[in-house]
Design a protein around this ligand. Sequence first.
Ligand SMILES: *Cc1c(COP(=O)(O)O)cnc(C)c1O
Length: 375
Amino acid sequence: MKFDGLLMIPGPVHLHERIIRAMNRQMIGHRGKEFGEIMEYCVERLKELFGTRGDVYIISGSGTAGLEAAIASFSKVRRITCVDNGKFGDRLGRIASRYTETDVVRFEWGQPVDLEVVERSLAEGSEALAFVHNETSTAMLNPAKELSRIAKKYNALVIMDGITSVGGDEVRMDEWGIDVAIVGSQKCIGAPPGLAAVAVNDRAWEFYSERCPFYLDLAAYKKKLPDMQTPYTPALPLFFALEEALRMIEEEGLENRIRRHRLLSKAVREWAIEAGLQLFPQPDELSNYSNTVTAIRMPDGITDKELRGTLQREYGIAISGGQEHLKGKIFRIGNMGNVSKRHVIATLAAVQDVLMRYNACKPALHAAIEILKEL
Ligand SMILES: *Cc1c(COP(=O)(O)O)cnc(C)c1O
């Protein structure tokens, strides 16, 4: 029997039926009135998710296209400091080093960032700071507000990868002093992969450089924004889906949505602890566990292949493993987008079943069920 699979990975996420249906329609001209209305709605809604009154540019491309557009378009800096405490922090440094001098401040993956080390790098002559808000590879939430505050002491441009926080957790760009932030469509927003949105304030343009890829030059997107158009043909089916996903967010209410993500991730963490498993990230008082994905150490007695393979084969449920040197060492459960408590309970019960066959955990759904009663 072929399962109707359930994606519980940190993107792409399981799609709500409404969002799947929204894509299934005839194309329209991208310079016409109808597209303009879709674009205007998406831009306005995304501003709320980013917590900004600045511009929002939508690029047809995955989240990384948004990161590269942001870093390259605003690369007129003597040096940029990139914070790396996970795979996506590492990626920021790799992108930045193609466009300007880059200082990557590295911390062990899963460990909190040391603000003093970041500050030292800025003081040594960086004019920009880039960091990941929710580090998906380790399931840790980095202290965006504090990082931004330090950067501001040195008048540095602040670029934040909000790809797995925007739409699922609190993001207040303007209040926190973030100049540029990026989100991808396939994570907490709950749409299919293929669109990236970059939010930009006025100050960022002081750092604009023409030496960026033609397709990712944000000046072209800025020029077309007053007409509610994109410079090149947009991925229309994805815009139809994004509009529907954003309508679902409006219906739910952003605060309710953030609360739901918090409770779902808390249920996963409490289950893990009660089951005798260990959470992977080690947040300090300024950082936190992620509210959109949970990383758990792979217990003794079972391999990644046994856990995820059995889960997929017998239950049709997909969870993620670790990336790079964390392969086989952790597994990750996402709760991004339009995930409900039945998805989380089904996933935890199935993971528990597989782990228990290998004597790798204790039965422990009680705490999770109690938390999910609040939803
Ligand atoms: C998924 C993700 C990305 C990369 O996005 P793609 O859509 O795969 O290009 C970047 N940063 C973070 C934090 C992510 O979770």
